[in-house]
Every structure is written in structure tokens, then in C-alpha cells.
Design a protein around this ligand. Sequence first.
Ligand code: FES
Ligand code: FES
Length: 211
Amino acid sequence: MKGHMSDKTNAPDVMSVSRRGFLKGFGAGTAATSLLSPLSLREAEAAERGAVGPNEVPLTLLVNGQNRSLNVEPRVTLLDALRNRLDVTGPKKVCDRGTCGACTVLLDDKPVYACSILALEAEGRKITTVEGLGTPERMNAVQEAFVKHDAQQCGFCTPGFVTAATAFVRSHPNATVEQVRAGLGGNLCRCGTYAGMLLAVADAAAQKGGA
Ligand code: FES
Ligand code: FES
């Protein structure tokens, strides 16, 4: 009890000292920073946080095994950087808000929505788009299975599905159709070509697993 009483007695002093100290420091800081213009104040704050921009900054992205240098504003998404700056147009821009999966790319071999991360965040990581998964002459197992099962209509969702499915098949060899359905739940097809796509991915998974 005594200990508690003494804590209570001391507490206001500690609080008032630290509050006074804080206000004193704040006053000094205000005086110093008031000499700066609003813009340079923002820049000083940004520099303190390690922030960059708002103007373009240089960066290098490792896309499909090639280092690609570009300048972008820090607000630019990976999807816009790929499509508009690097002419890598396999990933599609549909919802631009992380719901449809048309923009799917692999980041360090994991599927991500390229519309939902910044280009800056992808620097130093391995980016693979549908262009990097195979060529018309040398398709990967998922691409071949999509052709075999005629798994597309307009084809706009296809690059995202193929990319997501490639990652899925690698980690789920011998997946059943039901597992494929659950695994590709992050991608939408507005044409409703799901039946063909599910069979294609299950087929590719079977080949991957040696079944
Ligand atoms: S465009 Fe990225 S999730 Fe739809
Ligand atoms: S094939 Fe047209 S949106 Fe999927």
C-alpha cells in the first residue's frame, strides 16, 4: 500500500516535468523550424523520416531476369511502372484496387497484385511477369494446359490467372480441382471461363506432380 501511495504522490511531478520539458522542446523546435518555408519544412520532415519524392526518383527493377532502370514518382505502383514505363504489358490493369487479380506478378516467386504495391517496394526483388514464364515456343506447363483446355474467352484475365496458377502448381503438385478452385480464389474472370481454367490448372498440377 505504502509503495502505491508513494507512486501516486510522485506521479504528478514526473508527468509535469516531462510535460514541461516536452513543451519547452516543442517551443524551441517551433522557433527553429519557423525560419523554414512550408515546402522546406516538409522536405526537412521527409528527410528525417527517410522519405523520398514527391519528384521522380531513380530505381532499378529486376524484371524477368533483366535489370531495368527507370525514374518514377514514389507514388507509382509496380503495375503502372511495368506497363507504362517498361512496356511490360502482360499484367493487366482492370480494377486497380486489389480485387480481380488481372495484374498478378510473382515477387520473389510469390504471387502479388502489382496494382497494390509501389514500384519502389519491388526494388531489389525478383519480379516475374507472364512474359517471363514461357514463350509461345517454350510454354510452361500451365500455359500449355490453358491452350489444351481452351481455357480463355476474351483472354484479359488470362495472364493473371496463368501467373497465379504457376505459383500455385509449384507449391501444390497433384492438386485436385477443388484445391485449384480455392487456390485461385484471388483471381476473377468476367467471361466465366472457370471450368476450363480449373481443369487446365489441375492438369498442370498433375504433370508437375508426375501423376
Ligand atoms: S488490377 Fe490489380 S487486382 Fe485488379
Ligand atoms: S476470359 Fe475474359 S475475363 Fe477471363
